[in-house]
Design a protein around this ligand. Structure first.
Ligand code: FAQ
Length: 342
């Protein structure tokens, strides 16, 4: 029997579409997803699958580039050349992640200009976590350990996402996020084992970033409007609550090794469940941040729009350079053809 991939390869091109009924396309798509095969840009896909991917990938891409802001805030004040070099590399990585992800969204037929326009006008979201301020140097460590840690927990399963370009982008992103997580852990460890003031600064940062990190995984499963469909399509492989639990289980022993505490008196090992129980999350804070009322929503968007406007000349210069070179190549091709004719 032909595999779903073989059937898809055998699928007629757009101009021969009459050879198949729409139901056939749906069946081939469903079979590919069921067989854990990758859906590629030229494959037929349901409109809602495409729209869901654009929504999630765009939100992810926006998070990467907005996420540069809280950390970049500390580049000029990093306490040593080594720390500054590491932080600059990390912030550059986030820009790169944004690029891979915008490119993945482009394969679905949605251009970067359109996505950025939606971000700037508030029609698309970015992760709630980046609406919190970085008040001390220890926040750079807390972001690395907790925010990148949460990002990896969420994103490793996305390497098996059913949509090929997103899954492949995630493989590279996750490798870099692992380095980010380790630099945050190492930074916090140095502070935790430093002077009492440094230890207190590390603890304060963890106290402020813990709960917002748990919110990164999205609303509880019974309030997650997209999870069931996204899991059926194998875009998401686990529910928001499953991943949140996995993250808590990873962090508790790491906090112990760091010599820091997590700000949750209800955090206890549950022998029966084989997981840590944790206290209630303040979901009203999460929804409020999503509505634009977090401590830094306005600042983040204003800064993003300013950076975009100030970068207009770079985009224009790049487009002019590309046109000049493409034009030159075309002119050269014409000249060659002309010469051959002569
Ligand atoms: N923030 O039905 P669900 C990073 C929205 S990258 C804002 O559960 P879904 C790297 C959701 O969009 C961090 N909005 O939605 C880094 C939906 O609203 P909509 C970003 C959120 O999509 C580190 C509504 O709530 N990572 O950190 C959030 O199935 C350090 C209902 O929610 C990704 O984007 C939230 N936290 O599940 C960079 C990973 N949660 O769109 C710099 C990919 C939910 O209908 C420094 N994304 N919403 O208007 C995902 O895995 C999923 O999209 C979830 C949400 C899990 C985030």
């Amino acid at each position: 029997m032909a595999t779903a991939a073989a059937q898809r390869t055998a699928r007629p091109q757009a101009d021969g579409a009459a050879a198949r009924e729409p139901a056939d396309y749906q069946r081939v798509f469903d079979a590919a997803v069921a067989a854990d095969e990758r859906i590629e840009p030229r494959d037929w896909m349901p409109d809602a699958y495409r729209a869901t991917l654009v929504r999630q990938i765009a939100q992810h891409a926006h998070s990467e580039i907005i996420g540069m802001q809280p950390e970049a805030n500390w580049i000029t004040r990093a306490p040593s050349l080594r720390r500054k070099a590491i932080l600059m590399a990390k912030v550059q990585d986030e820009a790169g992640h944004g690029l891979y992800l915008y490119s993945a969204a482009e394969t679905l037929g949605t251009g970067r200009d359109e996505l950025l326009d939606k971000l700037h006008s508030g029609r698309q979201k970015y992760s709630s976590i980046f609406n919190y301020p970085t008040l001390t140097w220890a926040d750079v460590g807390a972001i690395g350990w907790l925010v990148d840690g949460a990002a990896i927990t969420n994103q490793v399963p996305l390497c098996r996402c059913s949509y090929g370009p997103y899954a492949r982008a995630m493989v590279r992103i996750c490798k870099e996020e692992s380095f980010h997580q380790r630099q945050g852990y190492e930074l916090l460890l140095a502070l935790s084992k430093g002077t009492p003031e440094q230890h207190a600064m590390a603890q304060d940062a963890v106290d402020r970033w813990w709960w917002p990190s748990l919110m990164m995984f999205g609303p509880p499963d019974d309030e997650s409007q997209h999870s069931a469909q996204s899991m059926a399509w194998k875009i998401k492989r686990h529910s928001n609550d499953e991943l949140r639990q996995r993250f808590v289980d990873i962090c508790v022993p790491q906090a112990e090794s760091l010599g820091l505490t997590l700000p949750d008196p209800d955090l206890t090992w549950n022998e029966e469940r084989g997981h840590y129980d944790f206290g209630p999350i303040d979901w009203s804070e999460f929804w409020d941040v999503l509505k634009g009322n977090g401590p830094c929503n306005e600042q983040r968007l204003t800064q993003r729009k300013r950076a975009h406007d100030e970068g207009a000349w770079v985009r224009e210069a790049a487009a002019a350079y590309a046109a000049k070179h493409t034009g030159g190549a075309e002119a050269a091709a014409h000249e060659t053809t002309g010469a051959e004719r002569a």
